[in-house]
Design a protein around this ligand. Sequence first.
Ligand code: PMV
Length: 328
Amino acid sequence: MSTATATAHPNIALIKYWGKRDEALHLPTTSSLSMTLDIYRTTTAVTVGECESDEVWLGDARAPIAFGDRVSRFLDVVRSRAGDDRRARIHTVNTVPLGAGLASSAAGFAALAVAAAAAYGLDLDRRALTRLARRGSGSAARSIHGGFVQWHRGIGDETAGDESSFAEPVDASGLDPALVVAVVSAAEKPISSGEAMRRTMRTSPFYLPWVRSAEEDLAQMRAAIGVGDLRGVGEIAERNALGMHASMLGARPAVRYFAPGSLRVLDRIVELRAEGVTAYATMDAGPNVKVLCERSDAARVAAALADIAGVGDVVQARPGPAAAVVTG
Ligand code: PMV
């Protein structure tokens, strides 16, 4: 029997990943760029060789069957690389509401990839870990690293070279940002990100224009990060996210994650900017709004959002750590 435990944190994309060009390998249509957070940690333990079939636990309860199957398929990738077909018990403790567009799958599959690789004795470098985590959930590739991270679209998976689809850290030492999360709803989303991506790609006339603009957004964002220009980073992040949601609204039938509370938060952010605060919004596959601002403005932004009808918790985050094996 062997056990390994790992932790990981969610990441929020400032340049979004929306659409897979290869469903099985989770190869993205576009490159993306994110910030790993220091909140909502996930801790996952993998114990190999004690049970006949995979057992997946979320806290004290067995995971729903569909989720357990997804974890098992991911472990099959690890097992085939390790040449070890023993089953495993997975025990995950999340501090983030699941399935609400708060990136629970990114932290979850990053922690699982690191713990499973260690428990099955795979000796993988960080780049290989990002490629492995990607197989669980695309955005999980980015949570392998801390701070700002770029996930390269790449040209394939089968090679370990620069051309494969992996994630790597981006030097953002010129920025001192915070991300304020306004929780509009922590309920599970009505449509999964995977299904929503497929529908957008297949049916939205606005998807390809968004893909084209995302390339330019990424180049401009890299330049803004390089010179420590948080306002530029925020402007690009907000337009990239709203463009992604516009492409979803154009799907048939439309995919809409905005709730009335989300729109009120977006209005308040426009007002904050008029008051001179550098604050920009981004949204994922859910109604929650994440606001990028200067670390020194985070408390002011959080207070402004907490008063809005329809907003529940408001949580302040900063750049967080890489996924890691927990020792001792
Ligand atoms: O990795 P998934 O399937 O949960 O996709 C996440 C997609 C977004 O959160 C909407 C954007 C992103 O880049 O994280």
